[in-house]
Ligand binder design. Sequence first.
Ligand SMILES: Nc1ncnc2c1ncn2[C@@H]1O[C@H](COP(=O)(O)OP(=O)(O)O)[C@@H](O)[C@H]1O
Ligand SMILES: [Mg+2]
Length: 399
Amino acid sequence: MTSSAPAVEARNLYKVFGRNPKDAVRRLKAGQTRTQVADVGTAAVIDASFSVQPGEIFVIMGLSGSGKSTLIRMLNGLHDVTSGTVTMLGDQITDVPAARLREVRRDRVSMVFQHFALLPHRTVADNVAYPLELRGTGKTERLAKAEEILALVGLGGWGDKLPSELSGGMQQRVGIARALAADTEVLLMDEAFSALDPLIRREMQEQLLELQQKLKKTIVFITHDLNEAMFLGDRIAVMRDGRIVQIGTPEDILTDPANDYVEQFVQDVDRARVLTAGNVMERPRPVVLDTAGPPRRVARDARQLHVGGLRRRPQPHAAGHRQRPRRAQARPPRREVADLDAAARVAERRRVRDPVESVRAVGRVVGAAGGDGCRGPPRRGHSARHAARRARPRAELDR
Ligand SMILES: Nc1ncnc2c1ncn2[C@@H]1O[C@H](COP(=O)(O)OP(=O)(O)O)[C@@H](O)[C@H]1O
Ligand SMILES: [Mg+2]
């Protein structure tokens, strides 16, 4: 397939549970609300559309009951759709015979569940090898493959144990290993880490990203946890009462929430008043202080650096001293929403060519941004406090 064709595509998906789903959908399409159609059924998913690119981690985030599980289960046919279509790797998989759906689940898409769903009386290796067994792979081959994948998720040597002999985090690794053993291009993960303790959970998140670097699967990941969504997601769809209310990158969601609900969600998750990475970081640009040397040389340096006019350092006693640099005034007020940790992870995750954006600990940037007028990054190796102390108003060149 071409790289531009989505791996998974959902078009106007509806799922209504209850007495008369079709009638409910008809009425929803005519503009009635979820509450208004409650007499004929529960509208779990309403008009959901999105596409997931190959290799992308697409997170679906929302409160409990917002329809996440129902939505993801329509992607692999565990739930029929009431209306709408799902396309998986170019093939429509809605309104197809059950046998075809089983094929799709065997060959194209695997799922990791919140509560592991391991077979208790089979060994760890047999659990991991299960999808291969379904495909008719011989025992020696499938157990060899299982060992290989167990090693990949950090469970080398545990193949002979029973699931009950493993901790929760390890059992979920087995769940992931089983999904990977199937070697499908698409992986669906429904609250896969939500049952784990915070530390283990973080480890699993990191491990998933590491694995993803190697395996480049297309992953649809469900969570009710914003921090997790921010950390893992290339893009995030936010759900409310069955509807997708926003789709965007983590930065979009944090800095430009589509409505009050998303904004509140974002604020409710963590009230720490911290800047987000994207907000405090700017591209590096040449700056020549007007105190850098004789005026002529400064001007020449400025020309060589291809920058525009020269900004004068504010004079300590001049009337304009308290004014912030012009660009700082022009910037919209920063939204102080995410917690530091999430922001740092986003920054790390989004690390790109740009050295400013690659600042490892956002704390340092945040510290520097607190300094009057300094919006540049602190140098590597300086603590936030140190960086803040270093931050001085300075003359700079307009861009
Ligand atoms: N099998 C079902 N029968 C009836 N209602 C259901 C069923 N599954 C889910 N629902 C309802 O659909 C809504 C969405 O549920 P769900 O998709 O499980 O949400 P989430 O995964 O976001 O917590 C809820 O109101 C839930 O009660
Ligand atoms: Mg759920």
